[in-house]
Design a protein around this ligand. Structure first.
Ligand code: C2O
Ligand code: CU
Ligand code: CU
Length: 456
């Protein structure tokens, strides 16, 4: 399978290309336009934000905010977003963790052509799973996500869950200096190590915010790591919190414990019992404060722990008949010759192959081909000294085992593979297409740690 421009256009023609610009170089995929055809009109555009008091930062925003507007839908329903690009460069939207058809997946030259400045693209897909998801571009990711193009996508359960209160907390640490000026989103020396970190932590776009929560109530906290690089070692200074879901899939409720390592792209849903009015607790990354949670009078009888959330309809892999595939994640360290020719750095490989973000044909050479509806076990081996949040598009997988820790299996779209860890995950290849399989440390992904897995 190859994804040349010509073939993509042929594919688009089959779906109905409604707009051809005068120069013939402007295309978009559209539907007969009436506003009733979409639920959201989402604009990506530059926006000055005040991250550092008294200074403005030239962010890029979705829906006039960075992180972006929270999109919501209901399980079983459709999400229809008319996406309008008012940025100075091409972009796309990828819906992280959502199981959808390939043509809605937002990967340039694989699912669609980039949406050029001034164009729009209608994304529409059914929401099979309830949970906390997010959206972001899949083009020039270091800069585009770094400037703020990241946003929550919340899919509510089909039937009301037992939670009466909830808050979304989007975590992002910005690459800015003390005047709010952007610093490099990727520094080669850092990309070759743990990734380039931002230094200004924010929750919902604010540094060290104080958030009011209703006293005595159980609040569902949806905590999303929308950061390019950082793994947050989440902990709460006090208060009783239980884990209800990980990365968009319910788990049997259990105590949060000492801390939870939330890698880039990952999400955790906690039920927090808010203490008596007037008390405070800290949400922290290791020892560092991220936000203060203040208990405010609620005027409501104390709540009780809701039951576990209902499972999502994900096919259960049959380990008896599953085929095992091995994936090695390696550090290469050498600068590629492409660099001297103006290409990208290559520091990372999967099974001896590095993805080249400048080569539009990489997806034509998938590193694995799965049979549709086949059952697979992936053995993920990290041969490096750095951790990698390994993410797969299009399908949800089950984490089975690790040589580093005890695993209570759960379904996810991203697994934080520790340094030198080997883990086993399993899935049913029930979604045909060419799916990106990559590390979600953005500058690892952009320096080789990405591949395509094909399901035919
Ligand atoms: Cu958040 Cu390719 O993914
Ligand atoms: Cu994704
Ligand atoms: Cu990585």
């Amino acid at each position: 399978m190859s994804f040349t421009r010509r073939q993509i256009l042929a594919g688009l023609a089959g779906l109905g290309v409604v707009g051809l610009g005068a120069g013939g170089a402007r295309y978009w995929l559209g539907r007969p336009a009436a506003v009733t055809t979409h639920d959201y009109e989402l604009i990506a555009a530059p926006l000055d934000v005040e991250l550092v008091p008294g200074h403005s930062t030239p962010a890029w925003a979705y829906g006039g905010q960075a992180p972006g507007l929270e999109l919501r839908g209901r399980q079983g329903g459709w999400l229809r977003v008319r996406f309008i690009n008012r940025l100075p460069e091409p972009t796309t939207i990828h819906w992280h963790g959502i199981r959808l058809p390939l043509e809605m997946d937002g990967v340039p030259y694989v699912s669609q052509l980039p949406v050029l400045p001034g164009e729009f693209f209608d994304y529409h897909f059914q929401l099979k799973d309830a949970g906390s998801f997010w959206y972001h571009p899949h083009t020039a990711s270091g800069e585009q996500l770094g400037r703020g193009l990241v946003g929550p996508l919340i899919v509510e359960e089909r039937e009301p869950s037992g939670f009466r209160h909830e808050r979304t907390l989007s975590l992002k640490s910005w690459h800015v200096d003390k005047q709010g000026v952007f610093t490099a989103f990727s520094v080669p020396r850092e990309a070759a190590r743990g990734g380039t970190p931002g230094v200004l932590s924010t929750v919902n776009g604010q540094h060290l915010p104080a958030l009011d929560l209703p006293a005595g109530q159980i609040v569902r906290l949806r905590i999303l790591n929308l950061d390019n690089t950082l793994t947050y070692r989440l902990n709460l200074s006090q208060g009783e919190a239980r884990i209800y879901a990980l990365d968009g899939n319910p788990v049997t409720p259990r105590p949060l414990g000492k801390e939870y390592w939330l890698g880039p792209g990952m999400r955790i849903e906690l039920a927090l019992r808010v203490p008596a009015a007037g008390q405070e607790l800290m949400l922290r990354n290791g020892p560092l404060r991220l936000a203060t949670l203040r208990s405010a009078p609620a005027g409501e009888a104390a709540g009780d722990w809701p039951p576990a959330l209902p499972a999502n309809p994900i096919a259960e892999p049959d380990l008896q008949r599953a085929e095992t595939l091995r994936f090695n994640f390696e550090w290469v360290g050498a600068l590629s010759t492409a660099l001297e020719q103006g290409g990208a750095h290559t520091f990372w490989q999967i099974n001896g192959q590095a993805w080249d973000i400048n080569d539009k044909s990489c997806a034509a050479r998938p590193i694995a081909t799965l049979k549709r509806n086949g059952h697979y076990i992936f053995e993920l081996r990290n041969l490096s000294q750095y951790q990698h949040p390994i993410h797969l598009h299009g399908m949800t997988f089950k984490v089975l085992a690790s040589n580093r820790r005890k695993i209570d299996p759960w379904f996810t779209d991203t697994y934080l593979l520790g340094k030198n860890e080997t883990a086993r995950i399993a899935l049913v290849a029930d979604n045909p297409g060419v799916w990106m399989f990559h590390c979600h440390v953005i500058d690892h992904m952009e320096t080789g740690l990405m591949a395509a897995i094909e399901v035919v």
